[in-house]
Design a protein around this ligand. Structure first.
Ligand SMILES: Nc1ncnc2c1ncn2[C@@H]1O[C@H](COP(=O)(O)OP(=O)(O)OP(=O)(O)O)[C@@H](O)[C@H]1O
Ligand SMILES: [Mg+2]
Ligand SMILES: [Zn+2]
Length: 291
């Protein structure tokens, strides 16, 4: 951010003290964009590889199939995976005068990812914090999202620049969905994510325990081979909602690899029903009061 000079809400050290967002003229654009988005949901986790992108993409697809207008924003600048998960690799957003059109996945779901703008998958992106902050803000305000019921944001692992910038850009009404696996170590990381979200001044919408039990392709049931319930315990302990558990399911990995989101093709399986359960409270979120 370029600092808060000139803004009535700036503190002497130049940081923003406004709880409703910045009043600077250049932030009016951001405010206008955010005003057209009913719910902002940021999917994150302290830990890598727990299924954040998979969960984010499937939430977005399921909401769009339920008739909601959805935007999916991938802010993982080092390893964007949303284009692959949705078979959109190689697509290019249309870039106009200071605006970018998101890439449509369907009539109801549009997608933006740095992956669309990189020439090559292996191209390393080495950006420092302030640049990432600017990029994330641009991805929100310079992309023509239009009127959305939901903007779902997929974050890279950790509690670093990207989730911080994302929450700061989206403002205090954005809510976090924290993904974890059942193991104790993952749960410790998630505990950190929960306090991080609170420190930034946002709310945790809920916790998802992914890779919990094994969805058996032979009998169609979920077998609980290892201990489960870490995510649920943590939710209870931190007073946040437990959204549910998703089993480890070879079909989830396969659909991700092939770019057919699970919720589009396997809705009626045990895993599909588990995902549906997680999405139900998100679908039921009441409309925010009109500004
Ligand atoms: N419930 C599941 N069952 C089987 N495989 C899964 C499940 N959830 C995720 N996976 C697989 O695990 C791998 C990691 O998932 P994903 O990329 O969504 O994690 P991530 O948390 O976004 O990772 P990163 O931290 O690198 O961004 C992928 O290959 C994905 O297909
Ligand atoms: Mg990811
Ligand atoms: Zn079985």
């Amino acid at each position: 951010m370029s600092g808060c000079e000139g803004c009535a809400s700036a503190s002497p050290d130049g940081t923003c003290t406004s709880s409703t967002g910045c009043d600077k003229p250049e932030d009016q654009k951001l405010k206008r964009t955010l005003g057209r988005i009913k719910h902002k949901i940021v999917v994150m986790s302290g830990k890598g590889g727990v299924g954040k992108s998979t969960v984010a993409a499937n939430i977005a697809v399921a909401l769009s199939l339920a008739g909601k207008k959805v935007g999916l924003l991938d802010v993982d600048v080092h390893g964007p995976s949303v284009p692959r998960l949705l078979s959109l690799k190689g697509q290019q957003p249309h870039i106009g005068d200071q605006v970018m059109e998101p890439v449509p996945w369907s009539k109801n779901l549009s997608v933006m990812s740095l992956g669309f703008l990189l020439q090559d998958d292996r191209q390393a992106v080495i950006w420092r914090g302030p640049v990432k902050m600017g990029l994330i803000k641009q991805f929100v305000e310079d992309v023509m999202w239009g009127d959305l019921d939901f903007l779902i944001v997929d974050c890279p692992p950790g509690t670093g620049d990207e989730p911080l910038s994302t929450l700061q850009t989206l403002g205090p009404t954005a809510m976090a969905v924290i993904v974890t696996t059942p193991q104790g170590v993952a749960v410790d990381d998630v505990r950190r994510s929960v306090s991080f979200v609170g420190e930034v001044g946002n709310r945790v919408l809920g916790i998802v325990e992914n890779m919990s039990g094994f969805a058996c392709p032979d009998c169609g049931k979920v077998h609980y081979i290892f201990k489960t319930g870490g995510g649920e315990e943590l939710a209870k302990e931190s007073g946040v909602q437990f959204l549910g558990r998703i089993p480890l399911d070879p079909a989830v990995a396969e659909s991700g690899d092939e770019g057919f989101p699970f919720m589009k093709v396997h809705r009626d399986t045990a895993t599909g029903k588990a995902m549906e359960q997680i999405i139900a409270p998100i679908l039921a979120l009441p409309d925010p009061p009109k500004a």
